[in-house]
Design a protein around this ligand. Structure first.
Ligand code: AMP
Length: 542
């Protein structure tokens, strides 16, 4: 017997319809590429998303055709989130930090039909458009009078002229909720990038889960600033969750420096912000230098790479901001775990609570996890045994777009490439990317643990630990360090700083001071590049 409930497909268009009807006055504030602040409401997002939909129909795009964006976090990008997916086309967010060669490769692989871009990225579009034969329409996300006369890009139109000519009435179509809604290519540190192709159903379920109190706790009382880019895994699903709950949204646009982000948090009374550790590093440095404090920020979700304990302490102890450590992947839409405490943790001593907060967190409903050994045997949840982390759930990929080489799944589970422990309470802690794990004398050393200790030193701005070949131990860790401007620390002082903080054999053999650590398009340290940089390095006793 089937239930007698209405069989309504879970579609992204329903989010903006809901936000218009129930939170029409809800505010969206954006710092624009032009530098000024733009503000409007969910009502206007809804109207303009419908104009986007009509504009796409006018181009005669087919169902599932790809519409690419090269854009910062901003209101026009938000309209494309709803307007493109809502019509059944696929929003393909391109990462502008990639090399033009990678961007054109990705555009061709995705077979994008339309490319909408912020004017900051005009040079990239100029560099790639000749190599992207599938793209038939270029839209500059600007006012009509800002369109350059001599762009050299055939048929270039301004976004405002493009949608301005369209009717604001539009009936969102209904279709199978499993239809593709958006896509995002992985950072592709090895080989060519691969695309996760999200569906309406996966995006909607992810939005429900992401808004839960033990995940990102989105609500109509929150003012949310996603520093995490809309070009990377849909800004962790925040645009959808915000529309679902009526939260105020604040978009930083291109101004991603610590000072600009801090000023926006203050002027817009942001209560919750989300981003990767490198962004917060810049903001904390600005705040400490300028001697300023938050007046409204309550929580921040930090993920994308391991959040150093020193950062959690700085937010919590200096500014009274709760840090929620979170973990996920492009292939997971991206939410996997969020580190919110359980009742049993509330009365713990601060240092014990900190031990919990440092972990990447527990699985949100919808994500199942397990750790396995080399032969695929499941390992215990004891907080000590580490193994390869596998996940499954309705917003985790089953295949890559045009996946060559078959399904990535192993018995229905997606291998994350991360190595982790899980404790008896279900809190997962990442030890390393499997390819970054350091093997010394048959034992594994967590590069994240080694980095976290260095990051707690007051003179260290950034630290990356890699393994170096060693004749006796196979590999030994060294730490590459960027010093804070105006601060000093010597190799021996930093090595001495490890004493008593970790097992002796886990202390790095050497410190290499560098000007900068190579960062990838999403702010993650690129250890392959760092290894290349240090290819002539020799260990002191090697
Ligand atoms: P991406 O698909 O580019 O978002 O990268 C996903 C990878 O980033 C994961 O597989 C992890 O290796 C890493 N990652 C994400 N969040 C965290 C975190 N909180 N701690 C450590 N690594 C993380």
């Amino acid at each position: 017997m089937l239930g007698l409930m209405q069989n309504q497909q879970l579609l992204i268009s329903s989010l903006i319809e809901f936000a218009e009807r129930h939170h029409g006055e809800g505010e969206i504030v954006s710092r624009r590429v032009e530098g000024d602040i733009h503000r409007y409401t969910y009502k206007e997002v809804a109207v303009r998303s419908r104009q986007v939909a009509n504009a796409l129909d006018a181009l005669k795009l087919k169902f599932s055709d790809r519409v690419a964006t090269l854009a910062w976090n901003g209101y026009r990008h938000l309209e494309l989130y709803f307007g493109v997916s809502g019509t059944g086309r696929v929003l393909h967010t391109l990462n502008p930090r990639l090399h033009p060669d990678q961007i054109s490769w990705i555009v061709n692989h995705a077979e994008d039909s339309v490319l909408c871009f912020d004017m900051s990225f005009l040079p990239i579009v100029k560099a790639v458009h000749g190599r992207c034969p599938t793209v038939k329409h270029y839209v500059a996300m600007c006012d009509a009078d800002k369109l350059p006369a001599d762009s050299g890009i055939p048929g270039l139109v301004s976004y405002e002229a493009w949608i301005g000519a369209q009717d604001s009435q539009y009936q969102w179509p209904s279709f199978d909720e499993n239809s593709a809604s958006s896509m995002c290519y992985t950072s592709g540190t090895t080989g060519n990038p691969k695309a996760a192709l999200y569906s309406h159903r996966s995006t909607m379920l992810h939005a429900f889960a992401g808004a839960l109190p033990d995940a990102m706790a989105m609500s109509a009382r929150e003012c949310i600033l996603p520093v995490v880019p809309m070009f990377h895994v849909n800004a962790w699903g925040i645009p959808y969750g915000a529309a679902m709950t009526g939260a105020k949204l604040v978009f930083p646009g291109p101004a991603m420096d610590g000072k600009s982000i801090f000023e926006l948090i203050e002027s817009e009374k942001v209560s919750f912000a989300a981003g990767v550790p490198t962004v917060w590093q810049m903001m904390l440095a600005h705040m400490q230098g300028a001697g300023v404090r938050f007046s409204t920020l309550k929580r921040t979700v930090i993920g994308g790479s391991a959040c150093p304990p020193a950062m959690i302490t700085a937010f919590n102890d200096l500014y009274g901001v709760e840090v929620l450590h979170a973990w996920g992947m492009t292939e997971m839409s991206p939410l996997g775990t969020v580190c919110t405490l359980k009742n049993k943790h509330l009365d713990m001593a601060p240092k014990d609570k900190m031990q919990v907060r440092l972990k990447q967190g527990r699985g949100v409903f919808g994500v199942d996890m397990k750790i396995v050994d080399g032969s695929g045997e499941e390992l215990p949840w004891d907080g000590k045994t580490y193994g390869d982390l596998l996940v499954k759930g309705p917003w985790i990929i089953s295949d890559y777009f045009k996946g060559e080489g078959g399904s990535p799944l192993v018995d229905g589970w997606f291998p994350t490439g991360d190595v982790a422990t899980i404790d008896a309470d279900g809190y997962m802690q990442i030890t390393d990317r499997s390819k970054d794990v350091i093997k010394s004398g048959g034992e594994w050393i967590s590069s994240i643990d080694v980095e976290n200790i260095a990051m707690a030193h007051p003179a260290v701005a950034m630290a990356a630990c890699i393994g170096m070949k060693h004749p006796k131990w196979d590999e030994r860790p060294i730490i590459a360090v960027v010093k804070k401007p105006g601060s000093e620390v010597t190799r021996n002082e930093l090595i001495a700083f490890y004493e008593g903080k970790t097992a002796k054999w886990q202390i790095p053999d050497d410190v290499v001071f560098v000007e900068g650590i190579p960062l990838g398009g999403t702010g993650k340290m690129q250890k392959t590049k760092l290894r290349e940089m240090l290819k002539d390095y020799k260990l002191p006793d090697a």
